[in-house]
Design a binder for this molecule. Structure first.
Ligand SMILES: Cc1cc2nc3c(=O)[nH]c(=O)nc-3n(C[C@H](O)[C@H](O)[C@H](O)COP(=O)(O)O)c2cc1C
Length: 257
């Protein structure tokens, strides 16, 4: 049998196709991106619950490492907790006047659970064998083990493998690497969230000006849950933006090589 006739006889592999949607309004997209500003003063207007929920849902659609979704978003609405949180945000006006305060947490404590969910909730009747294999292996890439035993082992193993010209992916060699891994992905969801708010006519201020231990205490976070930023959200006050937006020369940042 020739190779050609062999491929002809093979049953056609079922593929999933998702065509790229057309007709997206680039002008409106640009308007959303370009009109997003860090707003430091909000009006008293509340964000309707359905709008807030929609924006949070859009945040959760952000690309994320291995689809492990290592994040939690605390919408702090309890008045006493909110007051404590404003204090933790150094009393910033953006926090004090915000209709909503959302604490965005990167977490490295649910890697196993999320890997299992990727198998059990895969959107085909059964996760393909390659997917199952991937999610059995991938947690080890982002975990570091007790007393960093796994992280240290990977450090040595990666060093040896690289001497053999092996190409290896980003991994976590220690807790700081794991934190960076989860934070990178969580920040993408934060951006989705603020752009969604803008599209709905609301505004935001991302804040990392907060007392991290105090925020962790207010929310009762464990050692593997890291507040990445607090987002103040609400309606932009007339004097809510303090100066025009500016960026440096694009040549400083973009290099086509
Ligand atoms: C991770 C991060 C942390 C930030 N923290 C604060 C903050 O604590 N307080 C604040 O007023 N602005 C904060 N900002 C807003 C930046 O100062 C602002 O994005 C930058 O000056 C550019 O202005 P623009 O957002 O209006 O384009 C933060 C932004 C980011 C992305």
């Amino acid at each position: 049998m020739t190779a050609a006739s062999q491929t002809e006889n093979k049953p056609e592999k079922k593929r999933y196709y998702e065509p790229a949607p057309e007709g997206i309004d680039i002008e409106n997209f640009k308007k959303v991106v370009q009109s997003r500003r860090s707003v430091r003063k909000f009006t008293d207007k509340a964000i309707p619950n359905d709008v807030l929920d929609e924006c949070l849902d859009l945040a959760l659609l952000a690309p994320n490492s291995s689809n492990l979704q290592p994040w939690t978003f605390y919408v702090v609405q309890n008045p006493a907790k909110k007051k404590q949180l404003v204090k933790a945000c150094l009393g910033q006006l953006a926090a004090k006047t915000a209709a909503e305060l959302i604490v965005c947490i990167a977490r490295t404590d649910r890697v196993d659970e999320m890997a299992k969910r990727n198998i059990s909730e895969f959107p085909f009747p059964e996760a393909p064998a390659a997917v199952q294999k991937y999610y059995k292996f991938i947690p080890y890439n982002y975990k570091t083990g007790y007393f960093n035993a796994l992280g240290n082992f990977k450090k040595v193993a990666f060093k040896v493998a690289r001497t053999l010209d092996k190409q290896l992916p980003v991994t976590a060699f220690n807790a700081a690497d794991a934190k960076l891994w989860a934070s990178k992905t969580t920040a993408l969801a934060c951006e989705n969230f603020v752009l969604a708010l803008r599209a709905y006519g609301f505004d935001s201020c991302m804040m990392e000006g907060f007392d991290e231990p105090l925020v962790k205490k207010i929310l009762g976070l464990n050692a593997q849950q890291y507040p990445v930023m607090v987002i103040g959200a609400g309606e932009r006050a007339k004097d809510g933006v303090f100066f025009p937006q500016y960026r440096f020369d694009r040549e400083l940042f973009i290099q086509k090589i």
